[in-house]
Each structure stands twice: as structure tokens, then as C-alpha cells.
Write a protein that binds this ligand. Sequence first.
Ligand SMILES: CC(C)(COP(=O)(O)OP(=O)(O)OC[C@H]1O[C@@H](n2cnc3c(N)ncnc32)[C@H](O)[C@@H]1OP(=O)(O)O)[C@@H](O)C(=O)NCCC(=O)NCCS
Length: 156
Amino acid sequence: MNAVLKPLDFSFRPMSDADLDAVIGIERTAYPYPWTLGNFRDSLASGYACWLAEIDGKPAGYWIMMLAADEGHILNCCVAPAWQGRGFGRLLVEHLIETARGHHTDVLFLEVRPSNTAAVFLYQRLGFETIALRRGYYPADQGAEDALVMRMRLQP
Ligand SMILES: CC(C)(COP(=O)(O)OP(=O)(O)OC[C@H]1O[C@@H](n2cnc3c(N)ncnc32)[C@H](O)[C@@H]1OP(=O)(O)O)[C@@H](O)C(=O)NCCC(=O)NCCS
């Protein structure tokens, strides 16, 4: 008998404190050096743009961006490991870019580990370019890892 595959219900909603147990659960499985609960609480309290992605009503990813004047700084963007590699990362970053455009943001910045091939590739595909290297920016098993600084101009 052939299985009938139901399309996934994918949606975004603003993150709230009530989501943080689920969010920190994803964070700890997705990153070798995860944010703390306090980092998420502070982001919400600071009024950063914090959005949760849900698949069939369950948290599956999130992104966090600081919007200041005409600049946006992407602070976190994450898809739960179980859902990675299926196009949801691209949907998260596209949603983030549309949100920034809605705030009349001119330019977006982010930092990413050069070893994070999936993220670097995703950002490049969506139009980010590498503009600088921050030496020893991230903690790593062997001392520290550099960060690529990437930028995307939203306005001509
Ligand atoms: C980075 C991340 C968000 C990507 O999400 P994802 O859902 O796996 O990505 P997608 O399936 O949407 O893939 C996006 C693109 O990247 C490519 N890609 C995905 N994984 C890849 C990998 N391991 N190596 C190379 N390319 C990869 C896909 O082919 C796709 O390209 P396409 O649109 O041309 O087909 C996800 O891996 C993640 O959450 N990682 C942990 C948190 C993290 O590192 N966040 C970034 C911090 S800066």
C-alpha cells in the first residue's frame, strides 16, 4: 500500500518567553557552543526581532535579529537537527530578510564560523558576501575559531 504524504504545515510567529524551553532544547542539540537561556531572555527583553518557526504546530527553528537604525544584525538562525537539509533554513533566512525589508533596513550583517559549511553556503546562496574576518572570535575545542563577517545590502 502506498503511504499518502500530508504536506507539512510550516508557519512563523513571534517568539515569547513561553517558547524558551523548546527553543533552548533545539539550541543545545544544534550548536556545539549553544546560547544560554539568558541570551534568549535578553534578546526578547531587548525587543530584538525574535521569530519561531513551527512545523505542524511544533517548534522547529527560530531566528533572532537586532534592528538598529538602517542596519540589521543576525544574532541567531537555527533549524532543529531533525528538520535540517529540507529547505527550512532557506525559508528562515528569507523570512528574516523580508522582515528586515519591512523595517526599511538597508543592510544586514552576520558572523559565522568558516567551518559551518551549511550556514556559509546558505547565506551565500541568498546573496550575502564575506567582507571581513574576525580572528579568534568563537570558542573552539582547540582554542578559538575565526568568524567570517558577511553582509547583504537590501537597498541599492
Ligand atoms: C545552517 C542551517 C540553518 C541550514 O538549515 P537547513 O534547513 O539545513 O538548510 P536548507 O535545507 O534550507 O539548505 C539551504 C541550502 O544550503 C545547502 N546546504 C544545506 N546543508 C549543507 C551542507 N551541509 N553543506 C553544503 N550545503 C548545504 C542546501 O543544499 C541548500 O542549498 P540550495 O537552496 O541551493 O538547495 C542549519 O544547518 C542549522 O540550523 N545549523 C545549526 C545552527 C547554525 O549553525 N546556524 C547558523 C549560525 S550562523
